[in-house]
Design a binder for this molecule. Structure first.
Ligand code: PLP
Length: 390
């Protein structure tokens, strides 16, 4: 079984801080550094006091399914009904749920982005499916190579995973790219799309577009989103998905595995989705400023080059030259040295699937960290690399 290494690096970082007594600048995890907005916290407290303490329907409470259906319809410009919506403890469960309900007992293939969120590959393999990466090359600005994707899809492919804005590259799929993907998908009647849209609110230079809004795509797209990133609710564990045909099956999977999402958290999430969006909007504005700052600071570090990511809260610099300067043979060795010698914690490209051949060494910074930490972290990394140049 594979894993999500950000959690492993988190434990390693905490242990190293304890061992050395020195504060590490933490950029390893995709978790907003803001507290959950007050109105959502209060709705959670109210739900506890109102004794919302029991199980709910496996698919979620009606109020939340209604709120999410409206949110999906408004933001994706499609018609989603409450009965198309399923609620789970986080968006993550929908990855194995999508695999389990589109592959026939593991029979079939899942195409997933590489580099990409590691759970697409690990969940597919865990449930016996064949996971095949499609590459996102830096030389293509981490865009999907549509011709290559077209060649990879075959009659055995049951699920195509797309993720925009993307983790770890921050790439955002344009309308033209989505149209080209849809054109390929529509040629294969048994092919589903899992559209992981958990960063859809964090797009800086363009408009977010969901593949579900393209002609013929709504029925076969599993729209996946959640409150973790948008509302700084990672630890509350709540996510939502929409697909007319699969909602019922996602409910049965919930019944088998988790029963339902927490009742209290579901009530708080109704407030998150329906309440004022001003605080989440301010968070996005802050991420935007941090993106500009971190990319500029990274590009000023010897041996480091970084493209400007269009969304999410990740920067994915190329550190091939920096590896040579500090004597690291690859990105993982670089990451470990950066932690141990410069007290800066990040993840490496190898934590996001197999390393893309001939595309260099990369590390991922989550800039869901304060501006002070970003400045200090970049200062430490620059001074560390320069110390080797001397
Ligand atoms: N999908 C992507 C691309 C992610 O980066 C993450 C979290 O890092 C998730 C899904 C899981 O989100 P959740 O906390 O809602 O389970």
């Amino acid at each position: 079984m594979k894993t999500e290494n950000a959690f492993v690096v988190g434990v390693e970082t905490a242990a190293y801080e304890k061992e050395t007594g020195k504060k590490v600048m933490k950029f390893y995890i995709g978790q907003p550094d803001f507290p959950t907005p007050d109105n959502i916290q209060l709705a959670g407290i109210k739900a506890i006091v109102d004794k919302k303490h029991g199980y709910t329907a496996s698919l979620g409470i009606n109020e939340l399914r209604q709120a999410v259906a409206k949110y999906f319809s408004d933001t994706r410009h499609v018609k989603i009904l409450p009965e198309d919506v399923s609620i789970a403890p986080g968006a993550k469960p929908f990855i194995p749920y999508a695999v389990l309900s589109t592959l026939d007992h593991g029979n079939g293939e899942v195409l997933y982005p590489n580099p990409g969120f590691p759970i697409y590959e690990s969940a597919t393999e865990l449930f016996g499916g064949r996971a095949r990466p499609y590459r996102l090359y830096e030389k293509n600005k981490f865009n999907i190579d549509i011709d290559e994707l077209g060649r990879q899809i075959n009659n055995d492919t049951r699920l195509l995973v797309i993720n925009s804005p993307q983790n770890p590259t921050g790439g955002v799929l344009s309308l033209d790219e989505l149209k080209a993907i849809a054109k390929i998908v529509l040629k294969f009647p048994e092919l589903w799309v899992l559209s992981d849209e958990v960063y859809c609110q964090m797009v800086y230079d363009s408009e977010f577009v969901s593949i579900s809004s393209l002609p013929g795509m709504l029925e076969r797209t599993i729209i996946m989103d959640g409150a973790s990133k948008t509302y700084a609710m990672t630890g509350w564990r709540i996510g939502y998905a929409a697909n007319k045909l699969l909602a019922e099956h996602f409910g049965t999977l919930n019944t088998n595995i988790v029963s339902c999402a927490s009742h209290v958290v579901q009530c708080a999430t109704v407030e998150a989705v329906e309440g004022s969006q001003s605080v989440p909007r301010e968070m996005v504005e802050t991420f935007h400023q941090r993106r500009d700052a971190i990319v500029q600071l990274l590009n000023a570090i010897p041996g480091v080059t970084c493209l400007l990511p269009g969304g999410a809260f990740y920067a994915y610099p190329n550190v091939t030259e920096a590896c040579k300067i500090v004597g690291a043979k690859n990105s993982e060795e670089f990451r470990i040295k950066l932690l141990r010698e410069a007290f800066v914690s990040v993840t490496a490209d190898t934590h996001f699937g197999p390393q893309v051949p001939n595309d260099g060494q990369h590390i991922r910074f989550s800039y869901a960290a304060s501006m002070e930490d970003i400045i200090e972290g970049m200062y430490r990394m620059k001074a560390w690399i320069k110390s080797y140049q001397k």
